[in-house]
Design a protein around this ligand. Sequence first.
Ligand code: GTP
Ligand code: SPV
Ligand code: MN
Length: 583
Amino acid sequence: MPPLPTLSTPVTEWVASVRELTQADAVYWVEGSDAEYGNFIDQLQRSGELQKLNDAYYPNCFLARSHPSDVARVEHLTFVCTAKQEDAGPNNNWMAPAEARAKMRGLFSGCMKGRTLYVVPYCMGPIDSSYSRCGVEITDSAYVVINMILMTRAGRIALERISREGKFVKGLHSTGELDPNRRFVMHFPEDLAIESFGSGYGGNALLGKKCHALRIASYQARNEGWLAEHMLIVGLTSPHGQTQYVAAAFPSACGKTNLAMLIPPESMPGWTVTTVGDDIAWLHPGADGRLYAINPEAGYFGVVPGTNRKTNRNAFEMIQRDTLFTNVALTADNQPWWEGLDAGSPVIDWQGRPYEPGNGPAAQPNSRFTVAAKRNPSYAPEADSPRGVPISAIIFGGRRRGVTPLVYEARDWNHGVLVGASVASETTAAAIGQAGVLRRDPMAMKPFAGYNYGDYWSHWFAIGQKLKNPPKIYHVNWFRRSDDGEFLWPGFGENLRVLDWILKRCSGQAAANESAIGNLPRPGDLNLDGLDVAEAALDELLSINVGEWRAEAADMARYLDEFGERTPAQLRAQVAALQQRLG
Ligand code: GTP
Ligand code: SPV
Ligand code: MN
């Protein structure tokens, strides 16, 4: 075990106080070496928390099973604890900081007796970037540790930066007893602190991800003049050799990882697509008046079901080695299996039971892979650039069977703020609760904005003011369905056709039709070479129903009322202008 670093007194003092509270048997400081990762894997195999998968097909891959009640984010148990309730806003659950601290003290008291306390120093973003921010997660879960090692720049390099800066986000986590009645994820943005108890899964437990890089970071970003967003970042090089970067915000399990790793269809030769990030973007106005993005993460925690050679070949190849699988099924020869995989069949389900179709899907619908970003065949070297990449277009989107067309373009940045705020999407398995329920999810940040949405929209308008050359803003919907429930658009690689139109719009090379909601391509404006979509389907995808949109705008106006005085007047004016255009 590495010796305790002597440089970072604030960290050592905090660790000592947490050890006293939790009564941990031992303290282990994560160093971040490959040998150490191997030791953790061995330890987790011995304890039965990890199972080695078939090494001939899946070298260095492991399966973890979480508690069956602990398979997704718990939004109803997630709180933003600002001093004033209005600062958390109606978009968040709120608890007074003193009450939340007392409740968590009770839960953490003595909770690590007989356990080891792991200290994980981590850096969100390239280690040498001024845009990056550091944190320390204390956890009693070795599974969480190996996930954090894959997902962040963790260990000694991060601790050295923290020692220099003195400032870090304090994240305290214990799996507790995995009792859903003793489970909370608390955020204290004013103190840069997170306390999470009773879950070992995903965004509840890997505190660098949604808790730090979105909820705490969005709060910091507002004070410091930048944006922390639930966005992928993708680089697109056209057949003419021009590279542009796009950031896109879709709600959980609505296609970010897939778009970030898109494989161009055969009928669109000459395109190159590279991945900067698949889930989170930190966006900064640059000196040249453009918006620059970094990916704070160093790995992917991606949805497994649906991943195959046809839908997402990059992800499929990436997870053939050096990957952790959580809650997938197994084949007879110990390979991972999931719904949407086009080979093999399940014999053991995600809970470790003999597979019975009557028990539901073999793989848990929110089963995930954890893998280092560098394993991605389309990994963009610019993901390590301290300056980030300039963004040409921002795309918002949701999963909606109707109303929103395949794509439309905002008139300008300020209208784009309304377009982003208008995102509504059907809920998915990424959060505990019923899936398929349409809900408002502005900027795909409903579960992640660490402060009042009213203030958040004002901040978006303010950022626009700082940009001489702002990205153009779009809205897409890959999930529109016909009356018999079929997807109208083939999606996945074919989404490049929409990106192609967007990039051509950004460089003034494509036409569009002006409509009340924004600019829409006509079928002839899209590259449809080699695409098999019926004309009637295209017409439906590329048109709007004015009656539906009047109802949509009225609902949006009602929704904004929930935020009262905090709703920026500019946003209300944008809705009023939309209603006027709709007649
Ligand atoms: P989080 O990691 O939860 O934030 O999800 P995400 O936004 O990265 O979503 P992801 O790319 O993992 O996709 C979620 C599900 O949607 C998977 O089952 C995909 O197969 C499916 N999906 C992604 N893109 C498309 C698309 O263009 N069309 C259709 N029909 N399904 C898609
Ligand atoms: C999401 O739910 O948006 C995810 C998975 O990316 S989690 O890490 O659980 O938040
Ligand atoms: Mn996500």
